[in-house]
Design a protein around this ligand. Structure first.
Ligand SMILES: Cc1ncc(COP(=O)(O)O)c(C=O)c1O
Length: 442
């Protein structure tokens, strides 16, 4: 029974759909998890962090500062370093960097910024346009705020801008354009698709949001959580760098993926108009993110430990991505042409598309079979908005973040084995081809 004392917001807020999946993974050590979006344990920067902590605590002033409260907006010196890190050009003047640092807010992971943005912009019934598929945790957050969420198709180049304009036109025709508040896009190596927004779509996306901002501003939330984890050369300029007036794009970043999720340091660049409201809300949340973590990030950014760490991560994850892609090519070869997957240039995820008649949902025969085989994935249906069409249920999100290369190979083998089993028992609609080709990454 629902507790009648709960607020409407609490009643709208459910458990994360995958908390149960994660609990299963933890409870069963033999289960290979291709589901958990964790970073690789062996890469965690223990020594670099230890050295930074020792340096901070050795100096009484620095140590006391780190152990004291900070400000709601975040440490001034850290924000200046962050401005230098994200400045679109090395030639920016000191004044430009200062102005950018003034628009930066340090948050408790980027998740807090996503929450603050939703809290500051959305009333129940307001509309958010998201990629199909998108980050399911953000979908949960939007549901909790009571927002209406509408999907926009993607292709290899990320969000399809023709479909975005179509969705905006549909809302205009329905007299709902004034409820459209936000466009959410994961610009790099998306969770869950692994795909990025093409360079030439970036300025166009900013232009579209500005052109459709008629009675009020439609903001873009650029979630760049995986920026920096690139394995085939650097990413194109950010969306916010195309927002020359600084009015439209909210840029969300985190050090969770590129350094340590345990520190939970994120940050954002905000349009000036949103700075006051979001700081006021953050004041209510926590009046400032953990100061110790901020000082620690400041130190590793200053002394080069961060840059060295990220470059090591790229080597490790590139290799793991290749292992996962090779394993998919090898083990799903019997279903070539009917099972597809993305080939991410960075990040931690691969998006697997199984035959349309194969249900991958949590209550499906395939999911149950995978558990019996000892492998876990995230059912793709969690990653879609409920509109304009019902979520497809034949996808799976796989990650190569946390599992060892051997585990990745074996996990994929088990998923393919489960597919063969399910096809056998349900009367195969597909006939697996017998020839097995050499692994490729095409
Ligand atoms: C796309 C995306 N955005 C935001 C986050 C939030 O991460 P954090 O709060 O640790 O910065 C995650 C975490 O997995 C993510 O995948």
């Amino acid at each position: 029974m629902i507790n009648p004392s709960l607020s409407a917001l609490a009643r709208r807020t459910g458990d994360s759909p995958i908390s149960d999946l994660m609990a299963r993974a933890l409870a069963c050590p033999d289960l290979i998890s291709l589901a958990a979006g964790f970073v690789d344990n062996d890469t965690l920067p223990r020594e670099r962090t230890h050295a930074a902590v020792a340096t901070i605590l050795k100096h009484p002033t620095e140590g006391n500062r780190a152990l004291q409260y900070g400000t709601t907006r975040g440490d001034t010196s850290l924000r200046r370093i962050l401005a230098e890190l994200v400045a679109p050009s090395q030639n920016w003047s000191g004044d430009q960097i200062e102005a950018l640092a003034d628009r930066i807010i340090v948050t408790n992971g980027s998740q807090q910024l996503l929450y603050l943005v939703a809290e500051s912009l959305l009333d129940p019934g307001d509309i958010v346009l998201v990629e199909s598929p998108t980050y399911f945790v953000f979908l949960g957050l939007l549901q909790s705020r009571g927002a209406r969420v509408i999907g926009v198709d993607i292709d290899e180049g990320g969000m399809r801008l023709d479909v975005l304009e179509q969705r905006l036109a549909e809302q205009e025709a329905a007299g709902q354009l004034d409820r459209v508040k936000l466009i959410y896009t994961i610009t790099e190596h998306s969770n869950p698709s692994g795909l990025s927004l093409d360079a030439d779509r970036r300025p166009a996306l900013v232009r579209i949001a500005q052109e459709w901002s008629r009675s009020h501003r439609i903001y873009i939330l650029e979630d760049a959580a995986y920026r920096g984890l690139h394995y085939e050369g650097p990413e194109p300029p950010t969306l916010w760098s195309h927002d020359h007036a600084g009015t439209t794009v909210i840029h969300a970043r985190t050090f969770s993926k590129t350094f340590s999720p345990g520190l939970k340091v994120g940050f954002g660049i905000l349009p000036t108009e949103l700075l006051g409201p979001i700081l006021a809300l953050k004041g209510n949340h926590d009046f400032g993110s953990a100061h110790f973590s901020q000082q620690l990030m400041e130190r590793v950014l200053k002394d080069g430990a961060y840059t060295a760490h990220v470059s090591g991560l790229r080597q490790i994850y590139r290799r793991k991505r290749d292992v996962l892609l090779d394993a998919l090519a090898e083990h799903f070869a019997p279903w070539r042409g009917e099972v597809e997957w993305t080939h991410p240039q960075g990040g931690l995820y691969v998006w697997l598309t199984l035959p349309p008649d194969l249900d991958t949902g949590r209550d499906s025969a395939y999911f149950a079979r995978c558990l019996e085989e000892g492998v876990l994935y995230v059912p793709g249906a969690y990653c879609f908005a409920g509109e304009p069409v019902a979520p497809p249920s034949h996808h799976a999100r796989l990650t190569f973040g946390v599992t060892s290369p051997e585990g990745l190979r074996e996990g994929v083998r088990r998923m393919a084995q489960a597919l063969a089993q399910v096809r056998k028992t349900s009367g195969p609609i597909l006939t697996p081809r017998l020839e097995v080709t050499a692994p490729t990454r095409t």
